[in-house]
Design a protein around this ligand. Structure first.
Ligand SMILES: [Zn+2]
Length: 237
């Protein structure tokens, strides 16, 4: 198969450019399917359930605390009213009944104060827990978005290189006759399509070549393309 030296050099370069494009595609796919990102995203979505549970708990306890406080105030108001009535009554019988009610209300007040303290204690813990899970979630969310940005930057950079190589590829193709290009495409679909003899080996498959193969490749005319007997790559100068 005949191809002038400039064409051979374009053919070799085309093969290198295509390998590089393939590598870039692999790198893009690897970057997009980042395991680190999918692990982080999983952790992030797991925290959304935790935050919801903590927030619901916190809100329920806030309502409970408000209710406990209301109950306490009601009893305090009743005690205040009874004390006032006690001070204003002239009937010893009423005074006795009032006294008894005040005592009972005061016991109730003590119980309600305990309830309120206990609820406030739980509320404080729930608030701390909500803060903790929310801050973990924010931390994870910012890690996810930083990683997404860095992956995007990496992919953009790879795509730029890919676009430049694709443009180079068009220029190279225009220097190669259709028949050789066809053969190149068939070979490149399976293996590295173009090589050179380097250190007595084929640069495409890295296999050592026999002395007689090297002799016959060297004996070819300058514009003749040989083939590697091992991998069938087209051997250029
Ligand atoms: Zn070879």
């Amino acid at each position: 198969m005949k191809l002038d030296v400039a064409g051979q050099s374009a053919l070799l370069k085309l093969s290198q450019v295509d390998l590089e494009i393939e590598q870039i595609k692999n790198e893009i796919s690897k970057a997009i399917n980042s395991k680190e990102l999918s692990d982080l995203s999983l952790s992030l979505s797991a925290t959304s359930g935790d935050v919801l549970t903590s927030r619901t708990n916190f809100e329920n306890l806030t309502m409970e605390a408000r209710k406990a406080d209301d109950n306490l105030h009601l009893v305090e108001e009743r005690i205040a009213r009874d004390v006032e009535r006690l001070n204003n009554t002239s009937s010893p019988k009423d005074a006795q009944a009032m006294q008894a009610e005040i005592e009972s209300l005061t016991r109730r007040k003590g119980e309600l104060e305990e309830v309120e303290l206990e609820v406030l204690d739980r509320l404080e813990k729930a608030e701390a827990e909500l803060k903790e899970v929310s801050s973990l979630r924010e931390q994870l969310a910012s890690q996810v978005s930083a990683l997404q940005e860095s992956i995007q930057a990496q992919v953009d950079e790879l795509k730029n290189r890919g676009r430049k190589l694709t443009a180079d590829r068009e220029t190279l193709i225009s220097k190669i006759p259709a028949e050789i290009l066809e053969k190149y495409k068939n070979l490149a679909a399976k293996t590295i399509a173009v090589g050179q003899v380097q250190n007595r080996a084929c640069s495409a498959c890295r296999m050592g070549l026999t002395a007689s193969t090297i002799d016959s490749l060297s004996a070819l005319a300058e514009d003749e393309i040989g083939n590697c007997p091992e991998c069938l790559a087209m051997i250029v100068r």
